[in-house]
Design a protein around this ligand. Structure first.
Ligand SMILES: Nc1ncnc2c1ncn2[C@@H]1O[C@H](COP(=O)(O)OP(=O)(O)OP(=O)(O)O)[C@@H](O)[C@H]1O
Length: 121
């Protein structure tokens, strides 16, 4: 039970220190709101949950990698830079994949909703 508290504390500290994570929080809220508004089916919720969770996981691991590197290599070192760049690359790849999932899942119903709203006018 204590380890659950430490995990929440880690997420809280990462949220306070990383502007990227605050952006992910906003994006997550937007995806959830859109999902409810568009009434996406259950299996689409599963895809969205996996995509959102994977981005958060990649960003938190990236934050952990950066923190460890700042601890063990506060001075400039090419290997430290490479490790940070590789970890950032993992976040970038996962974020791009999540955008693709979001477009595939939310795009068609959003388009249908926009057409329906415009035909009502
Ligand atoms: N100790 C270091 N040695 C060599 N290069 C480093 C070192 N620290 C950072 N860098 C280089 O600077 C870049 C930015 O590092 P920084 O620690 O600011 O991370 P960041 O990408 O700005 O993280 P975030 O914006 O998520 O806080 C790294 O990707 C790396 O290329």
């Amino acid at each position: 039970m204590a380890s659950f508290g430490y995990a929440l504390q880690g997420i809280r500290e990462a949220l306070l220190s990383e502007p990227h994570l605050r952006f992910h929080a906003l994006a997550t809220a937007a995806v959830v709101a859109l999902g409810f508004w568009l009434r996406v089916p259950r299996h689409d919720w599963a895809l969205l949950a996996l995509a959102v969770g994977a981005v958060w996981t990649a960003e938190l691991l990236n934050t952990a990698v950066e923190t460890i590197i700042d601890l063990v290599s506060p001075d400039f070192h090419p290997l430290a830079g490479r490790a940070k760049d590789v970890a950032a690359g993992a976040v970038l790849l996962m974020a791009l994949a999540a955008v693709v999932v979001g477009l595939l899942v939310l795009g068609p119903p959003l388009w249908a909703k926009a057409l329906a709203l415009s035909s009502q006018r």
